[in-house]
Design a protein. Structure first.
Length: 208
């Protein structure tokens, strides 16, 4: 397979999986409704989600990742796309997109007697747990905390902190702009920012 063909193949693969993630999210959240004090219901930009995944696929192809890392990227593409769709659509992050893959990663590490993932989760997720507790789930929801834990388990502590720091700055900037335009300020969907941070580090840096 030529390099150009590999670029197209990886981009197309992740784009297709991203679309699958949005379809699954649409099914999972079919009867879900936004909370009164949560982010307002929105219309997820499926084309943007798919395009971002295609760009990540190009980055992976350029780096020439091995099959195991590509497999992780495929699973995470479905998961992150589903999370973005769900959070924008109804302000919720279904546990199927966070708890299931997180349990798989942690369970695999424990079976292999490796402790990097559990330690990364404990270190990175702790401050987000505090934020969720202090905000009563308004500024930081527990679904976001689970997503942070998943990102830490997959990326490792330092890359995850870098990803989430950038996500927080971006979310704050957007929230300030949105607040000026709204008569009654409401929270924004935070998960897409976290998901893009995870995807960016995964595409450029790789898994732990």
């Amino acid at each position: 397979m030529t390099h150009a063909t590999q670029l197209v193949a990886d981009a197309g693969l992740l784009a297709a999986l991203a679309f699958l993630g949005t379809v699954l999210a649409r099914i999972v959240t079919a009867d879900a409704r936004s909370f009164a004090d949560g982010p307002p219901a929105g219309n997820p930009a499926v084309s943007l989600i798919v395009g971002t995944a295609a760009l990540a696929g190009l980055c992976l192809a350029i780096r020439g990742v091995a099959v195991p890392e590509l497999g992780v990227a495929c699973v995470m593409t479905i998961v992150l796309s589903g999370i973005c769709y769900s959070d924008v659509r109804c302000g919720l992050i279904p546990d199927v997109f966070t708890i299931a893959p997180l349990a798989a990663v942690l369970g695999g590490d424990l079976l292999l007697h490796q402790w990097s993932a559990p330690i990364a989760v404990a270190l990175v997720a702790a401050p987000f747990c505090v934020a969720a507790k202090l905000s009563g789930g308004r500024g930081m929801g527990w679904g976001d905390v689970k997503l942070v834990a998943l990102g830490a388990a997959v990326l490792g502590a330092e890359p995850a902190l870098l990803a989430f720091t950038g996500a927080c700055f971006a979310a704050v900037a957007v929230a300030m702009v949105v607040r000026r335009q709204q008569m009654v300020p409401r929270p924004i969907a935070f998960a897409p920012y976290l998901a893009v941070g995870i995807a960016a580090v995964l595409a450029v840096h790789g898994v732990v």
